[in-house]
Design a protein around this ligand. Structure first.
Ligand SMILES: C[S@@+](CC[C@H](N)C(=O)[O-])C[C@H]1O[C@@H](n2cnc3c(N)ncnc32)[C@H](O)[C@@H]1O
Length: 210
């Protein structure tokens, strides 16, 4: 790991993401319905940031572990969660390439606006680790950016760019193609892959551990 924790701390300190994203993404209620139908109780939120998605899931009765590399983001999440009426959450400071949990620890893993902020080889490591910590038939939901302006950044490898300025300065983004998503998640059964559309610049992937 390089200076990513500092970069993400800066993102949370200086950026307006947390102010612009105070509620969970619009697809979360549907995911909650699915998790309940599948009797998924324990959920890992990878790249939980300040915990807006975690807080929502905890309020719906799930047991949630949030993992992130930004100490500042985790501190903000801890403060936000302290007002929750339940203690059904744990925050862990760790890189997504290594998940410090035993095999089959979680019924579901989600990663929103997070996993694509890495080089492809690290994303692949994370995807492998997610598979390991999921229970049999466990669910994975991730969104993956397709923002066109990412290509204005410095190219660090095929498909991966480092943002040159603004509050995302220095932050990596990997732009996935459909075939790359299929090959990266080849061990999983893909249940749904929703392409980006007008005003919605992310792929949405719902998959299941085979
Ligand atoms: C744009 S924020 C999204 C936060 C949250 N998921 C949300 O949607 O509100 C991305 C988060 O992913 C975390 N992140 C990025 N790469 C990571 C890595 N390799 N390991 C752990 N966390 C990472 C960052 O620290 C940051 O908090």
């Amino acid at each position: 790991m390089g200076d990513e924790p500092q970069q993400w701390d800066r993102f949370w300190r200086e950026g307006d993401f947390a102010r612009r994203h105070t509620t969970p993404p619009e697809y979360m209620p549907e995911l909650v319905t699915l998790f309940r139908k599948r009797r998924a109780n324990s959920i890992l939120d990878l790249g939980c940031g300040t915990g807006r998605v975690m807080a929502y899931l905890v309020s719906k009765g799930f047991l949630v572990v949030g993992q992130d590399i930004s100490p500042l983001g985790l501190g903000m999440a801890q403060r936000a969660m302290s007002s929750a009426s339940t203690r059904n959450f744990v925050l862990v400071n760790h890189d997504v390439t290594v998940l410090p949990f035993p095999d089959r620890s979680f019924d579901a893993v989600i990663s929103i606006n997070a996993i694509h902020h890495n080089r492809l080889r690290d994303i692949k490591r994370a995807v492998k680790e997610i598979y390991r910590v999921l229970s049999p038939k466990g669910l994975l939901f991730v969104n993956l950016t397709a923002r066109a302006e990412i290509r204005d950044g410095e190219k660090v490898e095929r498909g991966t760019y480092r943002t040159r300025d603004g509050t995302e300065k220095g932050i990596l983004h990997h732009l996935f193609t459909a075939s790359e998503i299929r090959s990266t998640f080849k061990d999983y059964r893909i249940l749904q892959l929703t392409p980006p559309s007008e005003g919605k610049p992310h792929w949405l992937l719902l998959a299941e551990k085979r």
